[in-house]
Design a protein around this ligand. Structure first.
Ligand SMILES: CC(C)(COP(=O)(O)OP(=O)(O)OC[C@H]1O[C@@H](n2cnc3c(N)ncnc32)[C@H](O)[C@@H]1OP(=O)(O)O)[C@@H](O)C(=O)NCCC(=O)NCCS
Length: 160
């Protein structure tokens, strides 16, 4: 754990980031780093070429990095992206923090940075799909489950 204790980044905080942590809004995140981060929380591995295309086609991408050393490359510890039309809607996808860094404020940092970028477009509706046990996290950023009885519906194809 490189962060010293619990580091809390609040939306309106002027608190500086720890020196070894950096935030990027670049869509060109190495796909192997995304693949490996997702695997660290048990998600299935996606093809690197498809990850590259998905990131390029995303509206916003946020990645959080721990600075490496001469012997260790920079490490991706937090990530999320959003798709959208830049006018009416955006949807958050792939919100993930490396297990060793969870509950230390990295997820909050990712969400604040992503929502800040979406706010630049003044998009009125941001949606997401909360995995079981994560809705308490998203509620901290103003997300509501089933507002006015609206329910998410899914049509999945496994043959693509
Ligand atoms: C969910 C996840 C992104 C949260 O990231 P994190 O870095 O641990 O979150 P933070 O430390 O920034 O927590 C921010 C706040 O949310 C709370 N929180 C974090 N995870 C939570 C959870 N699962 N349920 C309820 N509250 C949660 C924290 O206590 C903190 O609250 P506070 O501001 O009142 O102190 C992370 O646990 C994760 O990657 N999980 C595995 C992948 C996953 O399920 N992603 C979501 C897919 S929909």
């Amino acid at each position: 754990m490189v962060l010293s204790g619990i580091w809390r980044k609040n939306e309106n905080s002027k608190e500086p980031l720890p020196e070894n942590i950096s935030v990027s809004h670049d869509k060109a995140v190495p796909p192997q780093a995304v693949q490996e981060l997702c695997a660290s929380v048990g998600w299935s591995r996606r093809e690197p070429e498809l990850i590259v295309r998905a990131l390029q086609n995303s509206l916003a991408v946020v990645s959080i990095w721990v600075k490496g050393t001469d012997f260790k490359p920079d490490e991706l510890i937090g990530f999320a992206r959003a798709t959208g039309d830049k006018v009416f809607n955006a949807t958050v996808w792939d919100m993930v923090v490396r297990p060793d860094y969870q509950r230390a404020g990295i997820g909050r940092l990712v969400m604040c940075e992503l929502l800040k970028e979406l706010d630049e477009y003044q998009i009125p509706l941001v949606t997401l799909y909360a995995d079981p046990g994560t809705d308490g996290f998203y509620k901290r950023f103003g997300f509501l489950a089933d507002p006015s009885g609206v329910r998410g519906m899914f049509r999945e194809r496994i043959d693509y």
